[in-house]
Design a protein around this ligand. Structure first.
Ligand code: ADP
Ligand code: ZN
Length: 792
């Protein structure tokens, strides 16, 4: 008997157990394929993760009802990766398996037929109304014969998906066989304007039927009927060729001139290349502009020349057109990109290109670590310190851990690169777990490190009438404008004002669903909750005392823009935050506008701080360094130091030296002082001291459990029960803190309590957590538990 071990996708009670199903004799089932099986009284999707000859228990096995895939959608490495995730991040195996598939293959799906090739014109009848459901009962026996023949000739494809999603892009080529027969004058004319007698149409289709005929009817005014007849005679031939939707197709790329490597670059490339056979994990600690990206490119080329492949991870925010085109200059079509702005179709096509071995290098954000790329020879994680490598929502994971895992699995080197490595990575390098490579010189000798000035906002002498600018910053901004130089202003808060308050009675406007105040957005004329999206009109008078004395506090990016225009209406500004970049292409547009000097000042949140390279920017202003410093997270200092260092790196990239002005109420904090002095080493020592004092990474690993419910008492009670269970099943050294209300206790009318676990080595508590997770899912509707395991 042949048996498939299946992980079933059951949303109410997800489970990691595998269930045995008998494989019907005519079914070619392989590991990594999806199947439909009967589970309880329902039919559900499942993944075949193993095959066996002997069932795990005696008893009658059910047969697999249906085989979804003709080829495995998951490979061995991905199946093993899902196991690793389950153990390390306490997530459900089935959720991990879904993580590795493009969106188009998810959700409630059915089998559809898609036609690629209409060389047999009678197929058009079958496909005239879009993808056809694969229900053979709806066809005549003659049609069934044609379909089956079409499938075996690769003219027709069977796809499992949602009908609306099944879109592919084709180029339809119309060949006119002029020699063969007389053809209508209009067609002859058309073909003469084109010496090959060929016409092309590019279409994105939902339907399977060729659009070329429709186009032709319109263009030359010949009735459809006549054209169809010409097709049947073979005078007109229609070829359909699938063209992948390529997110890169809009990018112009010029050929790169070979760079002569600096000594630092050569030394680094040699050291890592030497380890290709005997792989290690490297930490490149290299200041911005020290030529790291060129090192990744050059090493990738070496690896690819040896017939192996590469994954390069970058944070979403720095996956800019600039870096994409840099890699494209060398690797052209053999690159796939992977990020959240891809359409479903583009994502699906990139995934298939990777799977079909048409790609040597994947450049993408954290989820690109799941790419089904074979024969990995190198993995790079750029900007290693970025928290965006950690997915906090379920299923949670850390792409940096997965990079190391895949490095081991494929026996290939892994590079972590950063100007400001996480203290955890740096501590590992001190212990020789990672090989440390330091690059402390900029490639471009003319590029100076900027001069950084701190403005103490507590000092009355620097205060101006403005809510957002101190006097020195205001002066600097106007000076740059006068000199025709560009400025970047960074404020990690979007909208106009943080909150609105009545000066008469003190009333503030809070979100009805969350424990936060509403943010004022003047452009949209709304007050918006940044947590649940609730919005309401901006009132004229206070709803409490009915006085007309409302005042806004705490500026956001909109406010900054307004104040700039008040300073000098001639200054042109661009604003880059979530509100101005939500439309496709808008982010790119702002970048190129600023590059072309269409604006003097770029104002923005996080995205202006990172990765961008504008040579003519000579001033960077940080409006409020305390926003990130005051976050209630163990790594708030590290995040602030990183951010300030990154922002400062935006100034003085060209020939003129740059200045940075940081406004803060905490001028003496070591994160701010060390950023001012660009002293990573000092920061590392001080932060290690603090981490040791409070028992955080790298001294202790941390696991955060968030317990959430609509009923506050239920959340608290569950948290207490979990704590009790964990206390009984842990190593003595492990500490459990809480439950404490999450820093915003109520979000969207759900209450969250948090437990924090600190451990050094504790397999017992990990197993206990896994057990807790599989049990509590039974009443998942009432209480949700999410776990984030902080290891990097
Ligand atoms: P990092 O990634 O460390 O910030 P980059 O690799 O982006 O640094 O290099 C900074 C700048 O220097 C880029 O404009 C890059 O094209 C240029 N550059 C890098 N290596 C060389 C080289 N060997 N010769 C000349 N220019 C270089
Ligand atoms: Zn809200």
């Amino acid at each position: 008997m042949k048996i498939a071990k299946v992980v079933v996708d059951v949303p109410t009670r997800q489970t990691d157990h595998t269930f045995d199903y008998e494989i019907p004799t005519e079914m070619n089932v392989e590991k990594g394929m999806r199947v439909v099986v009967e589970f309880g009284h329902r039919k559900v999707t499942g993944f075949v993760i193993d095959l066996a000859e002997v069932p795990a228990y005696d008893g009658k096995l059910k047969e697999i009802s249906e085989l979804i895939d003709e080829k495995p959608v998951l490979n061995r490495e991905q199946l093993a990766m899902a196991d690793f995730l389950t153990k390390e991040f306490f997530t459900f195996k089935v959720s991990n398996l879904w993580l590795m598939l493009p969106t188009m293959l998810k959700g409630k799906t059915e089998k559809f037929l898609i036609a690629h090739d209409f060389s047999d014109p009678s197929l058009e009848n079958i496909f005239s109304a879009g993808p056809v459901k694969y229900d053979l009962r709806s066809f005549t026996s003659d049609q069934i014969k044609k379909i089956k023949k079409g499938i075996s000739n690769n003219q027709i494809e069977v796809i499992y998906g949602q009908s609306r999603q099944i879109t592919k892009k084709y180029t339809e080529i119309i060949n006119l066989n002029i020699s063969k027969k007389e053809i209508p004058n209009q067609l002859e004319k058309l073909s003469k304007t084109n010496k090959y007698g060929r016409l092309f149409w590019e279409t994105v289709e939902k339907e399977g039927s060729p659009l070329a005929i429709t186009h032709l009817t319109k263009e030359v005014g010949i009735p459809r009927r006549v054209l169809n007849k010409l097709v049947q005679e073979g005078t007109i031939e229609i070829q359909k060729v699938e063209t992948y939707r390529k997110p890169l197709s809009g990018f112009a790329h010029k050929q790169l001139k070979e760079l002569k490597h600096t000594k630092d670059q050569t030394r680094t490339i040699d050291q890592i290349a030497a380890s290709l056979k005997n792989p290690e994990v490297f930490l490149i600690e290299g200041i911005t502009g020290s030529g790291k990206t060129e090192i990744y490119r050059s090493l990738s080329q070496k690896v690819i020349n040896q017939g192996k492949k590469v994954i390069i991870l970058v944070p979403e925010i720095s996956l800019t057109p600039q870096i994409i085109s840099f890699f494209q200059q060398t690797f052209g079509e053999r690159i796939a990109v992977w990020h959240s702005r891809l359409s479903r179709g583009e994502q699906y096509d990139e995934w298939r290109r990777i799977k079909n071995d048409e790609v040597d290098l994947v450049l993408g954000v954290r989820s690109a670590i799941f790419a089904p790329i074979k024969d990995l020879g190198l993995i790079v994680v750029d900007e290693e310190h970025e928290n965006s490598y950690r997915q906090t929502e379920n299923p949670s994971y850390d792409a940096r851990e997965l990079a190391k895992w895949r490095g081991k699995y494929n026996s290939c080197p892994v590079i972590f690169g950063s100007a400001t490595p996480t203290v955890t990575a740096r501590a590992k390098a001190e212990k020789n777990v990672y090989q440390l490579i330091k690059l402390d010189k900029r490639v471009n000798k003319n590029g100076h490190l900027p001069e950084v000035k701190i403005v103490d906002l507590r000092d009355p002498s620097v205060r101006s009438k403005s809510l957002v600018f101190s006097t020195p910053l205001k002066k600097a901004i106007l000076e740059r404008f006068k000199n025709g130089e560009q400025t970047i202003l960074f404020l990690n808060r979007r909208g106009y004002a943080n909150f609105l308050e009545c000066r008469n009675c003190g009333y503030t406007f809070n979100c009805p669903n969350c424990d936060v105040s509403l943010t004022l957005h003047l452009y949209e004329h709304k007050m918006i909750c940044h947590y649940c999206g609730y919005s309401s009109e901006i009132p004229q008078v206070c709803p409490n005392c009915h006085e007309n004395d409302l005042r806004s506090f705490g500026g956001g990016t909109e406010k900054v823009e307004e104040e700039i225009h008040q300073l000098n209406p001639e200054i042109q500004t661009l604003r880059m935050d979530r509100d101005t970049t939500s439309r496709k292409g808008s982010y790119q547009k702002i970048i190129s506008q600023f590059e072309n000097h269409e604006a003097d000042i770029l104002i923005g949140t996080q995205s202006v701080a990172k990765g961008l390279n504008f040579p003519d920017v000579t001033l960077v202003g940080v409006l409020n360094a305390d926003i990130s410093l005051n976050r209630p997270e163990f790594d708030a200092s590290e995040v602030t130091f990183d951010l300030l260092t990154q922002v400062a790196g935006r100034a003085g990239r060209g020939t003129i030296a740059g200045n940075v002005i940081i406004q803060t109420y905490n001028p003496n904090h070591y994160a701010i002082q060390d950023a001012k002095n660009q002293n990573y080493e000092w920061f590392f020592r001080q932060e290690m001291y603090v981490r040791h004092l409070y028992g955080y990474l790298p001294y202790y690993y941390t696991i955060f459990l968030k317990i959430t419910s609509k009923e506050e008492m239920l959340a608290l009670k569950t948290a207490l029960q979990i704590k009790e269970t964990l206390e009984k099943n842990k190593e003595a050294q492990t500490e459990i803190l809480g439950p404490a209300p999450y820093y915003i206790k109520r979000i969207n009318n759900e209450y969250t309590y948090q437990l924090s676990l600190k451990y050094k080595k504790d397999e017992l508590i990990k197993t206990t957590l896994q057990e807790i997770m599989s049990k509590t899912q039974k009443n998942a509707n009432k209480v949700k538990i999410s776990i984030s395991h902080i290891t990097c």
